[in-house]
Structures are given as structure tokens and as C-alpha cells.
Design a protein. Sequence first.
Length: 197
Amino acid sequence: MGVGYAARMSRFNDLLIEQHGTAIEIPEALERAWRWMEAQGFGSDAASGYVLAPYEGDEQLGPVFAPNLTLEGWFAADAPAARRLLPIAEIAGDGSQAALWVDEEGATRVVALDSDGEGYVLADSAEDFLVLLAIGYEEMKEFDFGEPPEDPDAVDAVEEFREWVGETLDVEVPEEWPEVGEDEFGDWLREQLEAGA
């Protein structure tokens, strides 16, 4: 089974493991989504490295997955806190990132590392994060949520992906994502930064 799974891993997953190792297990839902995006031809080699998006074209109309993101500016590579975080996507033009975070109970959640130095939970699971992506927000900053996306082009760009998410996860993608903000990830992040972890 291990060989079969490895043979069907996405290029993105391969590059992510090459860059960061395997300390955090990649949720199967994310890997399936990456394979789907690559099958649609939504991956490309940019000057900064390989990027993958849930929409086609060169214009950035929403979050972009990138395997070579780092926690630089947040934590040293060998910091204990860094072992519980894996950056996977750029979620705003200012360098804010989405990362997988292994919480205190061992669950893997998707969180934001905001360029302003804040952190908050974006989604409690990889499946929920895919639903969030399928709504069509151009950026995923704290103030973007609680209302529908403002850019109709960004919403239109993920139409195919939205259909795939709805069918694959058997969900109805909502028109907006609930507000995010102060939560346990933000508390944990502040504690780690204050401790110099």
C-alpha cells in the first residue's frame, strides 16, 4: 500500500516533504485536492518555485499553495514550536500564510500566520479549509470574513474547484465564512513567541 500511495502523491506533496520533511502528516483531503489541481493543470513553475492554486491562469485571484514557504520571522527552524507548524500557502499579498498546526490534542488544523504578527484558526480540519478555499476569497485576512467575498472575479475563478469540493466532500459550499479572531491558536502562538520557542 505504501508504494501505491507514494506513486500517486502530488508533485506538490513531494516538494513539501522534500522541503520540510515528514514531521506533520499531510491530511488526505489536502493531498486529494492537490492531485485534482495538478490534473487540471493549475500548477506552475514560477521564479520563486512551484506554485499550485485552485484556479487556472497566471493572475493571482486567491490563496496560492507553495511548498517552499518558511517560518522565518516567526520561529527558528529548530524551535520546538516550529515542529508543530507546516506552512502550505500564501493567503494574502502581504506575505500572510496558512499553515497546518498540530494542536494540544494532536488534531491537525489550518491556521493563519498573519503578516501583522497575529495568528488565528482558519479551519478546524483540512476538509473545512477546502470549503473555505472554494468560497472564493481573494485574501484570507481576519477582516475578510463574516461577509461574502468582495471580488466577483475571485469567486468565479474557483467555480470548478467549488463544484469538485461539493461533490467530493458531499457539502454545500456557503457564500461566506464566519468571522475569525482571538482563539486558542493565537494564545498558543503568543505563548511560544514570548517564550522564545
